[in-house]
Design a protein. Structure first.
Length: 365
């Protein structure tokens, strides 16, 4: 076997942690090893949480040594863990390039939920979201997306349990399409964590071409669309990408989206006091969603320094919800979890050591 890559520094060795099964098989084959070992390695990394080649005891010593010489398995490192009074845990994770991201564990929803990031920062710049203030720093790799799940499952002792995943952390998943879909395939791998796409919800502002592409995926997660407004003008102001992919077009894409049987699209709607929370807004929302198999998740704004909008009163939220419910829509009001540790929706922002211009600007707010 040629040993041509023995001189690779550890950090430049190919990362098995960001490969899906077929890639891992090909990487083994290229080094003259049988492909079936890829399944064993997948099981070590994902099902058992072992990334030290030397501990992969069902592989021969020679194979383990060769793997250690030529590959690495990178895993996001836990830098800090904040625990909310309601049991929510916010993890600050460091990536190999020392960028930071946040992932959140939300217990008892009634199931256990992991809220996972898909980008460092976000390019969408929604007016009420702190992550948007950072701007986009970079996409996460598939390994970094799936790696968050590995880390949280290990840290929380939930590797053998069932949990849900929401792609509602930092970033816009459809703006990092290929890596997000690859991460879903890695998480779905039967020798690994074997997470069904039915347990995964992808939340998006509605990047239209990517939304239509999602409609053709064999491994399809549940879909949540961040609507937040009932007129084009209103949405242009709150969700700037609406100027490119408008409300009407997104609703048309939702109508043709192949929703699984007994399933529905979720429309998320952030309630901002005096902006989009009037009874007229609620009635317009009913008209817009009338012929779509969907449910509505109302999210009263989580306020934060630097965000100029305000959270409406509970009365106002209830009135809005009642109009939807009376019109026959299924509606829920998202309970804000982990607000005391800034882990709630739209509050994820990283003030790390390696700040981008966007991050520095955000930190000044
Ligand atoms: N980029 C994706 C996922 C991001 S966050 C998306 O936009 O859907 C998940 C949800 O939290 C989105 O609906 C987002 O609009 C909402 N959100 C963002 N900031 C918020 C805030 N300050 N308060 C409440 N919800 C917020």
């Amino acid at each position: 076997m040629p040993n041509v890559r023995n001189d690779l520094a550890p950090g430049t060795r190919p990362d098995l942690g960001t490969m899906e099964l077929a890639e891992l098989e090909a990487a083994l084959e290229a080094r003259g090893h049988p492909r079936f070992h890829a399944r064993q390695i997948f099981s070590w990394i994902y099902a058992k949480g072992v990334t030290d080649f030397d501990k992969m005891t069902d592989l021969s010593r020679t194979l383990r040594a060769d793997l250690a010489d030529h590959f690495r398995i990178s895993t996001p490192a836990v830098v800090a863990k904040d625990i909310s009074t309601d049991g929510t845990v916010k993890f600050l994770l460091a990536l190999e390039d020392n960028r930071h991201i946040e992932s959140v564990f939300i217990p008892d929803t009634p199931s256990q939920t992991f809220c996972i990031s898909t980008q460092v920062g976000c390019a969408m710049k929604c007016g009420f979201c702190l992550t948007g203030k950072m701007g986009l720093v970079r996409n996460l790799t598939a390994g970094e997306i799936a790696g968050q799940v590995r880390v949280l499952a290990g840290e929380l002792g939930l590797r053998q349990s069932k949990f849900n995943i929401v792609l509602m952390g930092m970033g816009e998943p459809l703006h990092n399409y290929d890596n997000t879909m690859k991460a879903l395939r890695m998480l779905n791998e039967e020798h690994g964590l074997a997470i069904s796409p039915k347990r995964i919800t992808l939340s998006t502002v509605g990047v239209l071409p990517a939304l239509d592409r999602l409609a053709t995926e064999p491994l399809m997660p549940n879909l949540a669309i961040s609507l937040h407004a009932t007129t084009e003008d209103q949405r242009d102001a709150l969700v700037p990408v609406n100027r490119k992919y408008g409300l009407e077009d997104i609703l048309a894409a939702a109508r043709r989206f192949p929703v699984r049987r007994r399933n529905r699209i979720t429309f998320e709607y952030v309630l901002l006091a005096g902006v989009n929370d009037t009874p007229e807004d609620a009635r317009r929302l009913v008209r817009l969603l009338g012929n779509i198999r969907c449910k509505v998740n109302l999210i009263p704004l989580n306020e934060a320094a630097g965000i100029t909008y305000q959270r409406p009163s509970d009365d106002r939220v209830n009135t809005f919800a009642r109009i939807l419910a009376n019109a026959g829509l299924t509606v829920s009001v998202r309970k804000s979890r982990g607000r005391d540790i800034r882990a709630a929706c739209g509050q994820l922002i990283v003030e790390g050591t390696t700040k981008s211009t966007g991050q520095r600007a955000a930190a000044l707010l």
